[in-house]
Each structure stands twice: as structure tokens, then as C-alpha cells.
Write a protein that binds this ligand. Structure first.
Ligand code: BES
Ligand code: MN
Ligand code: ZN
Length: 505
């Protein structure tokens, strides 16, 4: 995985903060009370500017509040950026830590600094060292992720400049330094994973095909000794009985692929965890064609797959002591003379037959066979990740992923991981009352039905996930961004990584 930023925790620098040359000196400041050592050193050198700002009420140092000091005669920094850490007595929540880490990141990127020094008064965190570790992890992720640019398909003269190259973090003491360094590094690694997922998401559908996802997974596996990759083409899938997955690619000239990655970080014979991603490299809707207005965004319909391929690399990079299977079910959903028609009935690998009432409900079809495929690994748990329904955006908007599960303990762990990693999900019910919406007159199960689109989609998947604890993440609203920032978001790589980090202990 590409690393764009040199990020270090460097306590030695702090001895001469006033003379430290940097494009941007970021100072964490407390709300009220005496200034911390860093802030007080700079305050003295700048004729008391921080004290003045605090006194005038311009910058009270509330959590996440910011202020630039553009010129700063008296120090060697080009500019100074103040970030509020709140009152000393205030216990910082996960959301507070998010605000602080985003504020620091925005300060470093907004003025196109190429390097920066971030001063965090760890005395503020003394009573709760875990929150300093959490902050450093978040900061690592936010900084690395913020350096992402996508210009793979731009002309040479339009290539984008990535300004921020180097950031050093300073603490007041060197206590627990190796653990704190590890937190920062873990965070940065998650940021690299997000960027890898964004790269796959942003490539156009004519480049990022099922075969492209397969070759990317193969190349990634070669970089890690205990990561391997197997790819099944249409012939092999036919042999395994995956007619349901194959039906989705029937209208496409691109060959469908099932990608199976295997990470062996735990003991041999230790049961693996599994993550399964929807990899529709373009979703036209098929014969149930989508309207044209925003159809281009359906190149993002492989973001579940991207998060799986990226998370496998994060886990391998962090050398987590677990076994992990990553499966990607990939096809292109196109209309055509060979395409599946509404009313067609196909047989799944599990033996159950499906009536395809709407060819635009294709994600669940590729996942059904992938979920049956992972049974062979006898997994501890299986999480599938999919841009599955527009309805999840109606329910939760663009900030929160939908979570559904047949196992409350697993659901709880995923919700907690999302909270910790600033990549939140919210659980929707999977009650039996919704299951009958999928009754069909012509097959064992219909591929659409009912009004609760996100839940019935999960109900469909649940029929193929009966043999293990399973959770489904609907990331249709969260895996890509709209408007000026249009592009892959890198989610839910942080949630998945955090879940696996927590499991690994
Ligand atoms: N890939 C789409 C879901 C989607 C919609 C993702 C908007 C991102 C943004 C999925 O394959 C789909 O088309 N779902 C249908 C299901 C319906 C036919 C039951 C939908 O949500 O409209
Ligand atoms: Mn669709
Ligand atoms: Zn789709």
C-alpha cells in the first residue's frame, strides 16, 4: 500500500519549539487555566498572542475550535494554528477526539503546508492515557487519508499536487512512547487502506472491471508473505453451481470473477474470520434499467469489494494474529440479448431457487453464492459489505452505514468498532415479519419485495447465511461522497480494520 505521508512521533523536537522550522506549527490549547508548556513557550515568544486571543474571547479553546496566526515574529514557524482541546477537566468523547483530529488535519491542509509540527500536551490526557492513544490513531488515519489525490486518468499538466509530505507529532513527556507510536502507525495504516479503496472506487467502469479487481487482488497478495489469492472465472463458478452469481453478468462482455483471498496471521487450523464484498464494477440495472441522471455513480457499486481488498492489506500490514478470508463477488450488470430478464428463475449454489423480479436488485444475487462459498472455511463470523440499496440513504443519509445481523453480539462489536474508528453504522431489525415479503409463486424466494428495501435486501442475504454468525453492512450512502468531493470515501475500511484489531486483542 502506498504511503503518502512521513509521520513521526518525535519528542526530541520539543526542546526548542520556538526555533523549530516548520510550515505550520499546530498547538493544542486548553480552555482556561494556565497554558500548557508548548503554548506557553510560543506565547512568550510572540508577545503573548495566545493569551490575548483567549482573553478577548476570539479563541476560547473549546473542543475542535481553531484559529490561525498568520504572521508570528518571534518563532521560526511560517504560521501557527491553534486547536482547542476543551477544559482540562472535560473527559473527551470519541466525537470530541474526532473534532480535534479533523481540526488539526484541516489546519495542515488548508494553507497548503508541505510539513507540519503538531504539539499535543499529553498532560491534558494524563488521567486517561487511552484517549491519547485513540486521538493519535484517529490523527494518523485523518492525516494519511487527507493526502489522497486521484489523477490517474488526467493529462500530465493536470496532475494534482499533494502538498502535505511530512508531519511530526510532539508530546510533553516520553511516557508510554512506544505504545503511542504504535497507535499513530496503526491509524496511518488504516488511512493507507482507505486510500487504496478510494483508488479502486474512483477508477472508471471501463478500467475497473471484474478482471481488474482480480489482478489488483493478486498483485496485493504478492506483497505479503502470508496473504494468498485465488481467482475463479465463469467456467469454474459454473462447476461450483453459482448460477445465481453468474446470472448477473449474463448481459456483459466482461467475465464475472470470484476472488478469494486468504490471510494466515493466526495459528494453522485456527478458525478464520471472513469478509465478503459486493463487486459490481458497473450497475446499469440490467433490463430493469436505471434512469440516466446519476448512473455514472454506479461505478462505485464495487466499493464493498474495494473495502475487502483494502482491509486484507491493512490486516497483513499490521500483522494481526488472526486468520482472515476475504471474498469478492464481481460482475458487471448490463442489459443485452443474453441478460437476465424479470421473471427468470435461477438456482443458487445453496440449492435454493430465486425468481429475479428486478434485475437491478443484483448485489444480493452475487452475494448469495459468495455467502454459500465461504461456508467451506468454517468461519467464526462473516461480514458482507455492499452498496446494496438506495433505501439505506432514505433511512440513514450519507453519514451512517446500515447494519443488520443474525447475531446481536457480532452486531454490537461492529457498532462499537464503527464508533471507535469514526466510521459509524446503525442497526436495523431483521425480524421474521419482513421475511415473507420475499415469497414467490414461482421459486423458493423472490429477489425483491415489500417496502423496507434495506431490510428485505438483508433478509434475502440471511437465507444464505444460516450456517454462521453473520452481519451485513449496507454502505450505499457512505462508501462514496457527493458534490464537489465526488469520489470514494474509503469507508468502511476503518470500521472493518478496527473490528479486526479489537478481535486480535
Ligand atoms: N447499487 C444499487 C444500490 C445503490 C443505489 C447504491 C444508490 C448507491 C446509490 C443496487 O444494486 C440497486 O439498484 N438497488 C435497488 C434495489 C431495488 C431494485 C429493490 C435500489 O435500491 O433501488
Ligand atoms: Mn442495482
Ligand atoms: Zn448494485
Amino acid at each position: 500500500m502506498k504511503k503518502r505521508l512521513t509521520l513521526t512521533l518525535n519528542p526530541e523536537l520539543s526542546k526548542n519549539l520556538v526555533k523549530t522550522k516548520t510550515d505550520c506549527l499546530v498547538l493544542g490549547v486548553n480552555d482556561g487555566g494556565a497554558l500548557n508548556t508548548f503554548a506557553s513557550d510560543i506565547d512568550k515568544a510572540t508577545k503573548g498572542i495566545i493569551g490575548k486571543l483567549r482573553k478577548r474571547g476570539e479563541f476560547e479553546a473549546k473542543v475542535g475550535q481553531t484559529a490561525y496566526i498568520a504572521t508570528n515574529d518571534g518563532t521560526s514557524a511560517e504560521r501557527i494554528f491553534l486547536v482547542g482541546l476543551g477544559k482540562s477537566s472535560k473527559k473527551l468523547s470519541a466525537e470530541d477526539l474526532d473534532k480535534i483530529s479533523s481540526a488539526i488535519t484541516s489546519g495542515l491542509t488548508a494553507k497548503k503546508s508541505s510539513n507540519g509540527v503538531v504539539c499535543l500536551p499529553d498532560k491534558k490526557f494524563e488521567s486517561e492515557n487511552s484517549s491519547l492513544n485513540a486521538l493519535l490513531q484517529k490523527l494518523g488515519t485523518a492525516l494519511e487519508s487527507s493526502t489522497y489525490t486521484y489523477d490517474a486518468k488526467l493529462n500530465k499538466k493536470n496532475k494534482k499536487v499533494n502538498y502535505l509530505k511530512k508531519v511530526s507529532v510532539l508530546l510533553e513527556s516520553t511516557q508510554n512512547i512506544s505504545k503511542l507510536r504504535k497507535s499513530l502507525k496503526t491509524g496511518q495504516c488504516i488511512g493507507q487502506g482507505m486510500n487504496a479503496a478510494k483508488d479502486l472506487a474512483n477508477l472508471p467502469g471501463n478500467v475497473c472491471t471484474p478482471s481488474y479487481l482480480a489482478s489488483t487482488s493478486r498483485t496485493a497478495s504478492r506483497n505479503y508473505q502470508n496473504l494468498s489469492c485465488k481467482v475463479f472465472g465463469e467456467k469454474e463458478m459454473k462447476k461450483m453451481g453459482m448460477d445465481c452469481l453468474l446470472s448477473v453478468g449474463n448481459g456483459s462482455a466482461q467475465e464475472s470473477k470470484l476472488i478469494s483471498m486468504n490471510y494466515q496471521g493466526g495459528k494453522k487450523g485456527q478458525k478464520p474470520y471472513a469478509i465478503v464484498g459486493k463487486g459490481i464494477t458497473f450497475d446499469t440495472g440490467g433490463i430493469s434499467l436505471k434512469p440516466p441522471a446519476t448512473m455514472d455513480e454506479m461505478k462505485f457499486d464495487m466499493c464493498g469489494a474495494a473495502s475487502v481488498i483494502a482491509t486484507m492489506q491493512v490486516v497483513a500490514e499490521l500483522k494481526l494474529p488472526i486468520n482472515l478470508i476475504g471474498v469478492v463477488a464481481s460482475a458487471e450488470n448490463m442489459p443485452g440479448s443474453k441478460a437476465t430478464k424479470p421473471g427468470d428463475v435461477v438456482k443458487t449454489m445453496s440449492g435454493k431457487t430465486v425468481e429475479i423480479l428486478n434485475t437491478d436488485a443484483e448485489g444480493r444475487l452475487v452475494l448469495a453464492d459468495a455467502l454459500t462459498y465461504v461456508e467451506r472455511f468454517n468461519p467464526v463470523s462473516v461480514i458482507d459489505i455492499a452498496t446494496l440499496t438506495g433505501a439505506v440513504i432514505m433511512a440513514l443519509g450519507y453519514s451512517t452505514s446500515g447494519l443488520m445481523s443474525n447475531n446481536d453480539e457480532l452486531a454490537k462489536k461492529l457498532l462499537e468498532a464503527g464508533e471507535k474508528a469514526s466510521d459509524r453504522a446503525w442497526q436495523l431489525p431483521l425480524w421474521d415479519v419482513y421475511q415473507k415479503d420475499l415469497d414467490s409463486n414461482f421459486a423458493d424466494i423472490a429477489n425483491i419485495g415489500g417496502r423496507a428495501g434495506t431490510i428485505t435486501a438483508a433478509c434475502f442475504l440471511s437465507r444464505f447465511a444460516e450456517k454462521y454468525p453473520w452481519a451485513h453492512l449496507d454502505v450505499a450512502g457512505t462508501a462514496s461522497l457527493k458534490g464537489a468531493a465526488k469520489g470514494g470515501s474509503g469507508r468502511p475500511v476503518p470500521l472493518l480494520s478496527q473490528y479486526l484489531i479489537d478481535i486480535a486483542g
